[in-house]
Design a protein around this ligand. Structure first.
Ligand code: THU
Length: 139
């Protein structure tokens, strides 16, 4: 699937919502699901997994990136992240960075029915990524 192909937003949202049923959120009681499509048309999903040591919680996007690696990697084209009500939520700061690694500036993030999808470059301006490492390596 190239970036010019229409993004299946309804499918992404539906799969993200379904993924909330696999969330483990006994502390916040906020179930989050995520679904992305890769540039070659595969769907990957994730859900949040909390921990009694609260700061160790894995967000739905972390789980999604693990799924991406599990199915062979590749680049993310578009992602929808939703809470249990099925409405898109904006990714937290850490997850913007996690998503950047696998989708870059052009990754489209679902912003809901009334807004255009947001390119990740607008959510994480001036991101630090693999290219920066290449420039900065001293040896
Ligand atoms: N959460 C995510 O899964 N993704 C985000 O981008 C924001 C927050 C989860 C973490 C925690 O389990 C719950 O939402 C409440 O913060």
């Amino acid at each position: 699937m190239s970036s010019s192909t229409a993004i299946p937003w309804n499918e992404l949202r539906a799969q993200a919502r379904h993924a909330t049923s696999t969330s483990y959120a006994p502390y916040s009681h906020v179930s989050v699901g995520a679904c992305a499509v890769t540039t070659d048309g595969r769907f990957v999903v994730g859900a949040n997994v909390e921990n009694a040591s609260y700061g160790l919680t894995l967000c739905a996007e972390c789980s999604l990136v693990s799924d991406l690696a599990r199915v062979g990697g590749g680049r993310l084209l578009a992602v929808s992240i939703v809470a249990g009500d099925g409405k898109p939520i904006t990714p937290c700061g850490r997850c913007r960075q996690v998503l950047f690694e696998h989708g870059g500036n052009e990754l489209l993030v679902d912003a809901g029915d009334d807004l255009d999808p947001t390119p990740l470059r607008e959510l994480l301006p001036g991101a630090f990524g693999p290219a920066e490492l290449d420039i900065r390596k001293s040896q």
